[in-house]
Design a protein around this ligand. Sequence first.
Ligand SMILES: Nc1nc2c(ncn2[C@@H]2O[C@H](COP(=O)(O)OP(=O)(O)OP(=O)(O)O)[C@@H](O)[C@H]2O)c(=O)[nH]1
Ligand SMILES: [Mg+2]
Length: 228
Amino acid sequence: MISVIIPALNEEEPIAAVVRACLTTGLPGEVIVVDNGSNDRTSDRAEAAGARVVLEPRPGYGRACAGGVGGLSPDCDLVVFLDGDGSDCPEFMPELVEPIQRGEQDFVIGSRTRGKREAGSMNFQQVFAGRIAGWLVGLLYGVRYTDMCPFRAIRRDALEKLGMKEQTYGWNLEMQMRAARAGLRILEIPVNHRCRTGGESKVSGTLRGTFVAGARIIATLFRVAFER
Ligand SMILES: Nc1nc2c(ncn2[C@@H]2O[C@H](COP(=O)(O)OP(=O)(O)OP(=O)(O)O)[C@@H](O)[C@H]2O)c(=O)[nH]1
Ligand SMILES: [Mg+2]
């Protein structure tokens, strides 16, 4: 069974449409929205749209994703992650999950830099950071990524063996590094990307968010690269 995990913080405007678009693909057996401390109606709207809400009281993108993994149903064998702001395009879900279902890949990740991007949906720093991080991971582990796209699919057993630790914005890169180092079969496919469909940016749209996320991502790169 496919489970979708959506980290969401104060996304009451876009979240219902994101949940519905995931369900419309007919693929997921469950959609889990992980709300860590929203002070708006994110949880209610997610639930009304058909999601199961997991509350993660401690803040942080990585904690939210990990909270979702902790709340997976026992039947789940394939996990899809995407953001709750409406910027990822769930219609690409079949392309992400089918290579895993066919037994050909363990980890399939979208690349927004290789897909069609709506004007303004990614800023220069995001595109640049994704390229640089991808290049560094290539040097370290021989797997070339072109983005740190949040939209991705992975076998549940493989994910649980990775030993994910990152609690904040380094989560996406940490998964890519650990997957490469573990020798998983990895495929990157172009996915389209839109501007968020409502609500406010927490990361790339603000100067503070950009610096905090950038620092966490760099710290993650060093931590994972040098850990023994
Ligand atoms: N649970 C949780 N989710 C978060 C947290 N911070 C951000 N998110 C979610 O993570 C996703 C990415 O955050 P965004 O604000 O969209 O960051 P971004 O994509 O760089 O910025 P945009 O340009 O606005 O799309 C969204 O679904 C957020 O709701 C957090 O601390 N906890
Ligand atoms: Mg976003």
